[in-house]
Write a protein that binds this ligand. Structure first.
Ligand code: SME
Length: 166
């Protein structure tokens, strides 16, 4: 049985929290390479461990490479398809880089799936330098994500891609 990860409040710093997240993720993926299973457990772990989130999950790029399709997530039901180049997620794919949005209302073309979302962090899933999807985190608090969160979630995305078959 998976032991519940410690609450965010029990870590002295954000870097300790992200180090523990990486450790827990590696443990969760041990012996399992299915992309749906691993994306589902990653979403649940992130949503349960990181404070102040209202959505955490994965979008996978379709075979044509022109559209993201929602995968496993935690939070309210979300937009199913996002064209590459649209919204924060589609922009992250088009530019193959992670994006921190301190205020979603100020991001041109932001797609509001949950009206409660005020800030967002999107990290591309990169395999052999190619984008295969994104990891998306939303928060109800403005300015929730900083550079440490970006680095921590980029690390989480890399652990997920390495541990998973696509
Ligand atoms: N806000 C995202 C859409 C996905 S939801 O936040 C789950 C975007 O602008 O791409």
């Amino acid at each position: 049985m998976f032991q519940t990860a410690p609450a965010a409040a029990s870590f002295a710093s954000k870097s300790e929290l992200h180090a523990e997240l990486a450790l827990q993720l590696s443990g969760l993926f041990t012996g399992e390479r299915d992309r749906i299973a691993n994306a589902a457990n990653m979403s649940a772990l992130i949503f349960g461990m990181l404070p102040d989130l209202n959505w955490a999950g994965v979008y996978f790029l379709n075979a044509e490479g022109d559209e993201l399709v929602v995968g496993p997530f935690q939070g309210k039901p979300a937009c199913v398809r996002i064209a590459v180049g649209r919204g924060v997620c589609g922009t992250s794919v088009a530019e193959a880089r992670s994006i921190v949005v301190p205020d979603v209302h100020a991001f041109p073309g932001h797609i509001a799936c949950d009206a409660a979302s005020r800030s967002e962090l999107v990290v591309p899933l990169l395999r052999d330098g190619k984008v295969i999807g994104v990891l998306d985190l939303d928060s109800p608090s403005p300015g929730r994500f900083d550079e440490e969160d970006r680095a921590g979630l980029e690390k989480a995305a890399a652990i997920f891609v390495d541990a998973t078959d696509f």
